[in-house]
Design a protein around this ligand. Structure first.
Ligand code: TK8
Length: 336
């Protein structure tokens, strides 16, 4: 009996040690976490991983209420809610943050990264973190970058084989001046719209086309209203997980630690999941009836030449230090 009691006490002690969350300075918290895509998407899956990890690390005290499909608002609306303290967290495109923190425009540089792995190194490295920290002056806290992915063009009118085919196309772009200018230079009629209004705009032919990664074209069912998919890979798009600084400043160090650790777990999951899904998504879009063409390397070069002046504009708004830092980091990465 005595032995049994001792054994029980030891097991309980070990159990307590395995649950540091009980001892940590963690309050019961309900955290509203908004995102723009459907629950059944790479974004939705990663938000769930984040939510599960937060629950696990906080011993169930911190609860993420995940709200997808822009039900809490578009990226821009949610950012304002975070800044005001009316919502705690979100994930969205870095491109929609440029109006708040112009340094984010760095990631809109056309053809900046050649691969997702290159992007990981820069985003998780010195420059990526420096850009992320700029958000804090504006009432936001950046936690991690996720992969949205390389963007490709879809439309309902014709295959786009090169810069000459953009003329006459009415294209939705993100609410961001770099994207606006990029597509204007290519000759398109570019219309900034929130993502949450995009499906309807395509369905009602308010716009002819849009650009997003394969994963999104599939999960948002754009193939139902878009015939042509032209593989351009014109820019790598990151997502960024952010928190309201007003709210964040009121958290304990242990609570922040839970969120940061869970964010890293979700990031690693999300990038792997997104990359695995991308190729399958392209095949699925073909099976769903989209007509797919690859823009030739020569035509891509023509696109790059046409939009080259956009780079000078980005360098001006992010500053030469950040611009040069990324170029140097990429040189280093490409050497190894
Ligand atoms: C979702 C958006 C989306 C982005 C866009 O909220 O707007 O086209 O690619 O992922 O952030």
């Amino acid at each position: 009996m005595k032995l049994k009691a001792l054994f029980l006490a030891a097991t309980l002690a070990a159990g307590a040690m395995a649950l540091p969350a009980q001892a940590a300075d963690i309050q019961t918290r309900l955290i509203r976490f908004g995102y723009g895509l459907n629950q059944d998407s790479n974004q939705g899956r990663a938000v769930q991983v984040f939510a599960d990890e937060v629950a696990k690390l906080s011993g169930g005290k911190m609860k993420i209420r995940a709200v997808g499909a822009a039900a809490l608002g578009s990226d821009v609306q949610m950012q304002q809610a975070l800044i005001g303290g009316a919502q705690e967290m979100m994930v969205g495109s870095t491109a929609t943050l440029v109006g708040i923190t112009q340094e984010m425009a760095l990631w809109d540089t056309p053809f900046l990264f050649n691969s997702g792995e290159e992007a990981d190194k820069v985003l998780d490295g010195k420059t990526g973190q420096a850009v992320m920290h700029k958000l804090e002056d504006k009432g936001l806290v950046g936690l991690v970058y996720w992969e949205n992915g390389f963007r490709n063009l879809t439309n309902s009118q014709k295959p786009v084989n090169g810069p000459e085919d953009f003329s006459g196309l009415k294209l939705r772009v993100m609410q961001n001046n770099v994207f606006l200018e990029t597509f204007q230079r290519l000759g398109a009629n570019a219309v900034p719209l929130p993502f949450s209004e995009l499906f309807t705009a395509l369905e009602t032919k308010t716009v002819d086309g849009q650009e997003n990664p394969y994963n999104t074209i599939l999960s948002s069912k754009f193939y139902e209203v878009q015939k042509y998919l032209s593989i351009t890979n014109h820019v790598y798009s990151p997502w960024i997980v952010t928190a309201s600084k007003k709210w964040w400043d009121g958290l304990s160090a242990d609570e922040r630690d839970v969120l940061l650790k869970a964010a890293v777990v979700s990031r690693d999951y999300e990038r792997k999941d997104t990359r695995e899904e991308a190729d399958k998504a392209l095949a699925q879009l073909k099976a769903d009836g989209m007509q797919i063409n690859t823009v030739s390397p020569e035509a891509v070069q023509k696109m790059r030449d046409t939009i080259a002046p956009v780079n000078a504009q980005i360098e001006k708004s992010v500053g030469s230090d950040l611009w040069n830092a990324v170029q140097d980091e990429l040189k280093e990465i490409r050497k190894s």
